[in-house]
Design a binder for this molecule. Structure first.
Ligand SMILES: [Zn+2]
Length: 495
């Protein structure tokens, strides 16, 4: 405990009461406060960057040290709301609100009353609170990035505070909100917003701890760190209709509503199914890309096979499956054992004005090794990002010069389609691990339509009935992918 600790709450001296009266009466106290500012040891605020470190000098009124709420707002990155007509001030710190009333020796923290050692006062028109409020703020955990030592009177910020903190879900009247405190501004990207799911990426952000959410129109959701930053993914209930995202200097808020009126009024953005094709619900051309070919054999597979041959077999089976379900023209980037460059594959798709591009590969690594599926889509990330970059089959991660390819505008739709295909695979093959991944895929970056790279496990023999280590056949696999694509095209809501 500090030897300089001021008197306990409730022990207001007559002098203090008179001083407060003077302050309230017309600012006469200002001269006294200025006089008493000298000789008071400042509080040191130590930041990781020494250039940003500073000192706070309290004013002393009748032996009580007071700190300006302007100073508190500045050092804690809080937002201040002052309502002079009722002499009340609110400080918004992350997801917490502290309310001060001039003349009251009490503050409200998130509606809960806490005693102060002396009343809140006005000095030069600025609300001041007793310095002892610092120990209260820290002991209540309102300043997670810093510590306070009352004996040495030093506030010490930790190195590199997380940029997103204290994320919480609130259900209000017609609105469900995910609110978090922001340490710095972050590029915000809505990956997609469909009636079933809202997915938002805060690029380059870091998170204090992973969260899960449910309540209101959020059936299940989470916020966690991913390769590109911090991602928030909210699975929505059937009655969700609209969303808004609001990011200020120190706070982010994702709001959802079931109220059609708020959507019709333009206050919320409508959640709409993502459509493939130039005419919604109608896909004219699908390009299937059997990976590798010719001198590029791809991965060696068990049983002496090579990836290029089985990929072609899967591509042909997928062509049949899609032809039986859709009216689309199906184009293969190769229909034989020939060399085709990545650029040439993209050129074939773009030249055919493809509405959808599906690249077929097999793998012998990771989740796929044990017989699983990996559904990959392209995700561009900011140039200074340290996120791993996936090249080719996803087996190699190495940095590539960043540039925004033709695929960038379709990344959201591609990601949503990837989730749809993965969901269908999980339904049909519940015992088979299925993962989705997004990254800078070289093979997709120049394709100018929604695009996926589908990886499955090698089969032990050839033919549509050939089965993987998990027992699924090429026929079952391609039928499932075709069904998922068809449902996506028709705006299926999913589960
Ligand atoms: Zn491959």
């Amino acid at each position: 405990m500090s030897p300089h600790r001021p008197p306990r709450a409730g022990c207001i001296t007559l002098g203090a009461a008179l001083s407060i009266a003077c302050v309230l009466l017309g600012g006469l106290i200002a001269t006294t406060a200025d006089a008493q500012r000298r000789g008071v040891a400042p509080i040191r605020v130590v930041r990781p960057d020494p250039a940003e470190s500073e000192r706070l000098t309290p004013v002393v009124i009748d032996n009580v040290r007071y700190l300006s709420t302007n100073d508190l707002a500045r050092i804690f990155g809080a937002t201040k709301y002052w309502r002079p007509e009722i002499q009340k001030l609110s400080l918004r710190m992350g997801t917490h609100t502290i309310r001060f009333t001039v003349g009251a020796p009490v503050i409200l923290v998130d509606e809960e009353a806490r005693n102060l050692v002396a009343p809140v006062i006005l000095v030069h028109g600025v609300v001041h609170a007793p310095e002892a409020i610092l120990e209260l703020l820290f002991s209540w955990g309102l300043v997670p990035d810093a510590t306070y030592d009352g004996d040495t009177r030093v506030i010490r910020y930790r190195v590199e505070p997380h940029s997103i903190r204290q994320a919480q879900l609130y259900t209000r009247d017609r609105v469900t909100e995910v609110v978090a405190s922001l340490g710095r501004s972050l590029p915000t990207r809505v990956l997609y917003a469909t009636p079933t799911e809202l997915r938002v990426l805060f690029e380059g952000g870091t998170l204090d701890s992973a969260r899960v959410f449910s309540g209101g129109v959020v059936a299940d959701g989470w916020m966690r760190e991913t390769a590109g930053g911090v991602e928030c993914r909210l699975g929505l209930t059937e009655d969700a209709r609209g969303y808004t995202i609001n990011v200020t200097n120190n706070r982010l808020k994702i709001s959802l509503t079931y109220d059609r009126g708020l959507v019709d009024a333009g206050i919320f953005t409508r959640l709409e199914p993502l459509a493939l094709g130039s005419i919604p619900g109608r896909v004219r051309t699908i390009v299937i890309d059997p990976g590798h070919g010719g001198s590029d054999t791809g991965s060696p597979l068990p049983g002496g096979q090579v990836e290029k041959d089985v990929a072609l077999e899967i591509a042909r089976a997928l062509r049949s499956a899609l032809q039986s379900r859709t009216q689309a023209r199906i184009v293969l980037t190769r229909d034989g054992d020939v060399d085709v460059s990545s650029d040439r594959r993209a050129a074939i798709a773009n030249g055919a004005k493809a509405d959808l591009y599906l690249s077929i590969h097999l793998d012998n690594e990771g989740v796929v090794r044990g017989g699983g599926f990996r559904v990959l889509s392209y995700q561009s990330i900011t140039e200074n990002s340290e996120a791993p970059i996936v090249v080719g089959d996803g087996n190699v991660a190495l940095p590539m010069p960043a540039w925004r390819g033709a695929q960038s505008p379709f990344a959201g739709t591609s990601l949503a389609l990837a989730e749809g295909v993965a969901r269908a695979l999980r339904q049909v093959f519940p015992a088979t691990p299925t993962v989705t991944e997004a990254g800078r895929l070289e093979t997709l970056q120049s394709v100018a339509c929604p695009a996926l790279l589908l990886e499955s496990a090698p089969t032990a023999r050839t033919g549509p009935e050939a089965s993987s280590p998990r027992g699924y056949t090429i026929y079952d696999y391609t039928q499932t992918v075709a069904r998922a694509v068809d449902e996506f095209v028709r705006g299926y809501r999913g589960i």
